[in-house]
Design a binder for this molecule. Structure first.
Ligand SMILES: Nc1ncnc2c1ncn2[C@@H]1O[C@H](COP(=O)(O)OP(=O)(O)O)[C@@H](O)[C@H]1O
Ligand SMILES: [Mg+2]
Length: 278
């Protein structure tokens, strides 16, 4: 599967891993999930998930729709609990601390996470406002010069500065879809989070914008722990170091991306990544 020997194999869904398709032992553990189960009312959406997630790495969550990927992502920053009649079991540790412990203040916890949604969703305000808003709200910046610096820094990190520096006060909705999504990434990092959660961030973008977004994610990896949900197997293979395959609320297989994509251990995972079902 990793060595396409003929033209036929090349056109037949051959997946290519990126330059860094493996976990690096130098990267420290950021989150540990122990036996996490989750229910919406009587319906169980996650069953006994145990998983380690590392800093400075991209972890890809893959699996068919409805298998619980978004639910798990929302358990990590405790945004699920605002939905009534939900229940979680098990524990989730962030830097070794239980995020559901009584002493944890949920709004404070949520600030340690940035979220990038499926559809670019900038505020219908200026590009500048999109970045400055959260940082001002949280008191990270106050003076104008400080805010200017932050806006520039976030836009630079998101690879958008050169494209927008002359139009910072124009409405963000005037940007292209790909630019809007990079703006949303810049906004997600403006409150200085530690973990970036991305729920199918490229699914509404054209291939060129998607490639741009992938480069951006790879460059952010240095400074963040990143978890990305994607239905694009090429993308998961290219940009992640670790991959996790879910099916019907269960974790079926996880490991180095190279192993998952080149030597999947289960039939289910093999069939999913080669496009046999999904
Ligand atoms: N707010 C909700 N209320 C009830 N059930 C939900 C809710 N959100 C998701 N579910 C159910 O939980 C399961 C997992 O959904 P989800 O986490 O969105 O999966 P994925 O992101 O992998 O597509 C699905 O069966 C879905 O219908
Ligand atoms: Mg989802």
């Amino acid at each position: 599967m990793q060595h396409a020997g003929s033209h036929e194999e090349l056109v037949d869904h051959t997946l290519h891993v990126g330059k860094h398709p493996n976990h690096d032992e130098a990267h420290r553990l950021k989150m540990r999930l122990e036996n996490v189960s989750f229910w919406y009312g009587a319906k169980q959406a996650l069953e006994d998930i145990t998983l380690d997630i590392f800093n400075q790495e991209v972890t890809a969550f893959i699996g068919p729709s409805g298998c619980g990927k978004t639910t798990l992502l929302r358990c990590l920053n405790r945004t699920n609990e605002v939905i009534t009649q939900t229940r979680m079991q098990g524990s989730i540790l962030l830097d070794g601390e239980d995020i559901n412990h009584r002493s944890i203040d949920p709004p404070f916890l949520r600030r340690r996470f940035g979220w990038v949604a499926q559809k670019p969703n900038p505020f219908p305000r200026s590009i500048y406002y999109n970045i400055a808003y959260g940082a001002r709200l949280h008191g990270l910046v106050s003076r104008r010069a400080e805010t200017d610096d932050l806006v520039q820094n976030c836009l630079e990190q998101a690879g958008l500065w050169d494209e927008v520096k002359d139009r910072l006060h124009e409405n963000a909705t005037g940007l292209s879809g790909g630019q809007q999504q990079r703006l949303c990434v810049a906004r997600a990092i403006s409150a200085q989070p530690e973990v970036l959660l991305m729920d199918e961030p490229g699914s509404a973008l054209d291939p060129v914008s998607t490639a741009h977004l992938e480069e951006l994610i790879d460059s952010l990896r240095e400074n963040y722990c990143i978890i990305i949900i994607t239905h694009n197997m090429q993308q998961a293979a290219r940009i992640s170091q670790r991959s996790v395959f879910f099916h019907l609320g269960k974790l079926v297989e996880e490991g180095n991306t190279e192993d998952i994509f080149v030597r999947p251990q289960t039939r289910l995972c093999h069939d999913y990544i080669t496009g046999c079902f999904g």
